[in-house]
Design a protein around this ligand. Structure first.
Ligand SMILES: Cc1cc2nc3c(=O)[nH]c(=O)nc-3n(C[C@H](O)[C@H](O)[C@H](O)COP(=O)(O)O)c2cc1C
Length: 306
């Protein structure tokens, strides 16, 4: 008899909080834009990069537009990447006016990633989103980005305190009655399960684990860090075991559904998260290298003809 996780069809709909999501393989925030620019791509087999995907988690959107950090912002390392993008995004008004309606028209299942500079700012953002997208079929929820390690303003690292995570989730939950609410957690803490408990107690439907790991690389031509802000967020294949460990800590210590993210590049990587009890898996850095990565994993982990 095969275990449940081995038999899972990741392209079947599943319930997350108040919502049915169309599948369990998602793209991670910041690694596939807003999910709008790959419609014309076709794999050699003729399938598009959205085939079988449960959700695109959008690039994080902030109340005002952001130009992001100075270049360089992305450094490849032996087994991953270091980034310090600084949340470049079009801002919440433009996102609501242009991006979200386009995702709906194109039928892209999506989860909107939000960041703010105070916990209480999430509520009004979510309320506006809810108001505008009330009737949308393809908007499935909100992921609170509580863990971006490279923003030098008020949002910096506020996801590392359980009390602050609780305030963010409470603020968003009050404005989001009928879509999934996820809190994305930072791995750069001693006890990630404590953050997940705080999110659950304030009504999060799931937590996403993990965001990037703090890292630094040195340019030997100058003797200084490659990134102007010294530190960056480390991602890609190298962080898979870290992400698996953090997901395990949350599954066993917090009793809240977990969406696994970190280092997934293959179907086998994704299966490891499902084996630990994750309800869905996100593909980040691998999706930047290959826009068909998530779709390929979904295809590999679907049962029967698709
Ligand atoms: C270039 C880049 C930009 C990212 N931007 C965001 C972002 O805007 N919001 C967010 O929550 N996570 C962001 N992330 C983190 C990813 O969503 C993901 O949590 C992390 O990279 C680990 O997954 P991976 O190893 O599959 O990339 C970004 C990652 C990269 C590499």
């Amino acid at each position: 008899m095969l275990p449940d996780w081995w038999q899972l069809d990741v392209t079947e709909p599943f319930t997350l909080g108040p919502r049915r999501l169309p599948g369990r393989i998602w793209t991670a925030s910041g690694c596939f834009g807003y999910g709008l620019h790959a419609h014309d791509f076709r794999s050699p087999g003729g399938e598009g990069p959205y085939a079988g995907i449960g959700a695109v988690v959008t690039k994080t959107v902030t109340p005002a537009p952001r130009a992001g950090n100075p270049m360089p912002r992305l450094v490849e390392t032996a087994c991953g990447a270091l980034n310090s993008i600084g949340l470049e995004n079009v801002g919440f008004d433009a996102f609501l006016a242009d991006v979200l309606p386009a995702l709906e028209v194109r039928g892209v299942p999506n989860i909107v990633s939000l960041a703010a500079t105070t916990p209480e700012a999430f509520g009004p953002m979510v309320a506006r989103l809810h108001e505008q997208a009330r009737g949308y079929a393809h908007w499935h929820g909100v992921e609170l980005n509580l863990s971006c390690p490279n923003v030098a303003e008020g949002g910096h690292d506020f996801g590392s305190s359980a009390a602050t995570v609780a305030r963010c989730v409470a603020s968003a939950r009050a404005a989001l009655p009928d879509r999934a609410l996820l809190a994305k957690l930072t791995p750069n803490v001693a006890d990630i399960a404590q953050l997940a408990v705080a999110a659950r107690e304030e009504g999060a439907d799931a937590v996403s684990a993990i965001n990037t790991v703090v890292g630094l690389d040195v340019d030997l031509r100058t003797g200084r860090p490659f990134l102007p802000r010294r530190f960056g967020g480390y991602s890609g294949a190298a962080i898979l075991p870290i992400a698996l460990a953090k997901v395990d800590q949350v599954v066993r210590g917090a009793a809240v559904p977990v969406v696994g993210v970190g280092g997934v590049a293959t179907a086998a990587d994704a299966l490891k998260f499902f084996a630990l009890g994750a309800v869905a898996v996100q593909v980040g850095t691998a999706q930047m290298r290959d826009p068909f990565a998530a779709a390929g994993i979904a295809r590999a982990l679907a049962r029967g003809p698709r």
